[in-house]
Structure formats: C-alpha cells, structure tokens
Design a protein around this ligand. Structure first.
Ligand SMILES: Cc1cc2nc3c(=O)[nH]c(=O)nc-3n(C[C@H](O)[C@H](O)[C@H](O)COP(=O)(O)OP(=O)(O)OC[C@H]3O[C@@H](n4cnc5c(N)ncnc54)[C@H](O)[C@@H]3O)c2cc1C
Length: 416
C-alpha cells in the first residue's frame, strides 16, 4: 500500500508524521529542494519554530519515510499513477492513497508599473531573502492588506533593509477591531501580532491607502499611493492575500467550491482515496495546516482522531474565517488597474484588451492571456478580482515540463 503525500510544507510534514507513526511507509514529494513549504523555507537547519523542529526530528529517524525532493508532480500517468519530474528526469509514481497538501500562492493584483524590476510579492520577497538575496541597505515599501505584510516587513528589516513604509488598505479603525477580536478569541495570535508591531515600531505606517503606481523606467524608483503620497524606494513588496493552489486538485477531479477543495471532517475529498490538508482547503495559516495535516495522516491510516486535534482545527478555522472577513482583497485595486495596465505579464495583455470579453475562455482564445509560462496562475486570479471571471481550468501537464517528461507521458499513453 503506497501512501503518497504531495507537498512538504507544514500540512504535508504533519500528515507524514501522523501517517508514519505506526511504521507505515510514506513517500513525500515536493518540488522544493528542502522541506518546509512557504513559511518554513530555508531548510530544517534554519528552522526556529519548535513545531517544525519536532516534526523533522520524528520524520528524519523513520527509515520508512521516503523523500522525493526537487520533484514536481506534472501530470497523471494512469488512474493511480502520476508523472513526476525530478533532478534525474521524469519518473512515474504509483499510489494507493494520496494526501494532497499543495499549499497556496500569492494573489498579485495589477497596477501601473507593477511589472518593473523591483516590484515583488510580499511573500515572494521574503522567499528571496530566505534564499540569500542581498537586501542590506535597500529601501522597501510593503503594501497591500493582511498580517502577512507584518511578517514580510519584519523579515525585510532582519535582512538589513529599511522599510520605508508599510501601507495597509484597511483603515486604522478596522485594524483595531481585528485586534479586539484576536484578544477575545485568539489571544496567542494577538501576542504574535504585538511582537511584530513592537519590532516594527519605527516603521512609518499608512492606513486606508493602496499603491496606485510603481514609478521608474528601467527599474523601480518609488511608489505613488491613493492618499497622494509618493515614497522613494528600491523595492515594493505587495501582498493582497493568498490563493489556494488547485492545479493538482483539478487533475484528480476533486470537488471544489469558492476556490478551495471540499473535504469532510476527516479531510477526505470527493475522491475516497484522496485526503487534502492545509491552504488547498482554504487559506488559514500554519496552525490550520498542521491540524488538518495530522488529521489527514491519521484518517488515511484508519486511526482515531484525538479530540484535542479536532479542537485545534476548529480554532484554526475560526481564525481563517476572521482573516478572510477582515482582509479581503482591496476593491479599490479595480480602479487602480488602468486600461493600459498589463494584466497578463507573460503575454503582455492589457486590461483594455481583456475588458470586452465576457469570460476567461473567450479572453484566452482571443488575446492569449494565460497562455504563457505561468499558465494563468497569476493573471487568472487577477482577472477573477478585476472582472469576476471564474479562474481558468488547466490541462495536462499542469506545469511547464521538459521534453523528456512529455516523451514519457506519450509512451505511457501509447502503452495504456
Ligand atoms: C509566498 C508566501 C509566503 C508566506 N509567508 C508566510 C509567513 O511569513 N508567515 C506566515 O505565517 N505564513 C506565511 N505564508 C502562509 C503559509 O504558506 C501557510 O500558512 C503555510 O505554509 C501553509 O502550509 P501548507 O503546507 O498548506 O502549504 P505550503 O507551505 O505552501 O506547502 C505546499 C508545498 O507543496 C509543494 N507543491 C505544490 N505543488 C506541487 C507540485 N505540483 N509538485 C510538487 N510539490 C508541490 C510546494 O513546493 C510547497 O512546498 C506564506 C505563504 C506564501 C504563499
């Protein structure tokens, strides 16, 4: 019986630990070279979070846990078989049970100048820093909405850069309301937020404003804000929230609603042999990912689900609901995106070219939007926000692949 886990972020690691506790073999595949997903990027040696360290301690002593690092799931190779692309080329991986923990990516919303070098996602800049990008001495504006902005600003400061401004779309009153809710229902989160706010005490904060433009010719020189201010900077890190990665869920034909995979109380999806955990079932953060991952791992092994674990998930889901209500993507960004603003940056398609179309399919056919290397992962979510279009469905292979992988897929097709 092969239990395959896709994704070695917090959800995948928790699933692997729970599923392999009784000695059962588990295979974990992740396209990153090291485990940890988005939040614990940088590899086990750099992890500070004691939960990450405990998971790693347990997993690294279990010989029955097999790791496929640097390996991406690209396509189906049969009913219970996947086509992977790893460091040694394409390979086929069969499975009997599968736990999908494919995480999330950033929602990037277009505005004039957003394609200039120096403009990144807030989490994207964090990831660059964790991979060693030198930022010391640089001036960075962090803008958008949500608590990820605080985490990003903190990482940027720790990298030796100065945060020229933190621009949060929500007005101060709404933020105080959010902190009040944290105090009442999630006091540990309030402590976390207070710690970050203390560390960022010297950072100029702008509330109730959004970025209206990135200024510069060859690269970023500054940003303009909706409150009329202009701020000089070398980098702009934008965070408008996260979007679940649903490419693989689409590949398996899992039921989704409101942009997330639907699961039952045991994290089981509409396909009985597939469980789903973490951001793919809805954006909620690391606590939700850990609780759901552990539940999925135990459920896949047919083991009882401890009441404490179920309570932890309930708490994490309540926090996720509060986050979604408190920090929706700013509606103002629809006006900030001008007719001449590029929306699909792979194929250089502007908002004016997209606007006449009634849905994503028509826009894609007539403008090539979503047909570049990102395959609509960035502009698809942006168009959902701008025009209310349903996000694009994907065809196999779900990621750009090497010719050798396509050749293996073709030979699998011929043989089947
Ligand atoms: C850019 C970014 C930065 C973030 N920074 C923070 C932060 O500073 N603080 C914070 O609290 N939260 C942060 N978050 C939120 C954080 O990601 C989640 O709370 C948490 O990591 C979710 O865990 P997960 O296991 O569900 O997903 P992830 O951690 O995203 O893990 C998913 C894993 O699946 C792998 N994967 C996906 N598709 C495939 C495939 N086809 N083949 C192989 N592997 C695949 C990915 O490589 C990834 O390692 C960030 C999110 C993003 C997107």
């Amino acid at each position: 019986m092969t239990l395959l886990i896709i994704g070695a972020g917090p959800a995948g690691l928790a699933a692997a630990e729970a599923a392999s506790r009784d000695g059962a073999p588990v295979t974990i595949v992740d396209e990153n070279l090291e485990a940890g997903g988005q939040i614990w990027r940088g590899g086990p040696a750099s992890w500070q979070d004691r939960r990450a360290r405990a998971l790693w301690r347990a997993l690294s002593t279990r010989a029955q846990v097999r790791w496929l690092h640097g390996t991406r799931v690209a396509a189906m190779a049969g009913a219970r078989s996947l086509l992977l692309e790893g460091p040694l080329g394409p390979l086929r991986q069969d499975w009997d049970q599968l736990i999908l923990c494919s995480g999330a990516r950033e929602l990037l919303l277009p505005f004039p100048g957003w394609t200039l070098p120096g403009v990144t996602g807030a989490g994207g800049l964090q990831a660059l820093i964790k991979s060693g990008a030198p930022l010391a001495g640089k001036r960075v504006v962090v803008a958008g909405t949500g608590p990820l902005l605080l985490a990003a600003a903190h990482t940027i400061q720790q990298a030796g850069a100065s945060v020229a401004a933190l621009v949060e779309h929500q007005p101060r009153r709404a933020l105080l309301g959010f902190l009040g809710q944290l105090a009442r229902r999630h006091p540990a989160k309030l402590w976390q937020a207070a710690g970050l706010l203390r560390a960022l005490a010297a950072v100029p904060m702008q509330h109730g404003a959004v970025v209206t433009g990135a200024v510069g010719q060859e690269r970023l020189l500054g940003v303009t804000l909706s409150n009329g201010r202009v701020i000089d900077c070398d980098y702009l890190a934008c965070g408008f929230g996260l979007v679940p990665n649903l490419e693989l869920a689409g590949l398996f034909g899992l039921e989704t609603a409101a942009g997330r995979v639907q699961v039952d109380a045991a994290q089981r999806s509409s396909e009985p042999a597939i469980w789903v955990a973490g951001e793919a079932t809805g954006i909620g953060g690391v606590d939700k990912a850990l609780a759901e991952g552990a539940i999925a791992g135990l459920a896949a092994r047919g083991q009882a689900l401890p009441a404490a674990l179920l309570r932890a998930r309930t708490r994490a889901l309540a926090f996720a609901t509060l986050l979604a209500r408190s920090f929706p993507p700013p509606p103002l960004m629809r006006e900030v995106c001008r007719p001449s603003t590029i929306v699909c940056r792979c194929e250089d398609v502007t908002a004016a070219e997209l606007a006449p179309h009634r849905d994503w399919r028509s826009a894609k056919l007539q403008t090539r939007a979503g047909m570049g290397p990102c395959q609509g992962r960035i502009c698809g979510a942006a168009c959902q926000h701008l025009f209310g279009w349903e996000a694009p469905g994907l065809r196999q292979p779900v990621f750009p692949t090497q010719a050798a992988t396509l050749a293996l897929a073709a030979s699998e097709d011929r043989d089947s």
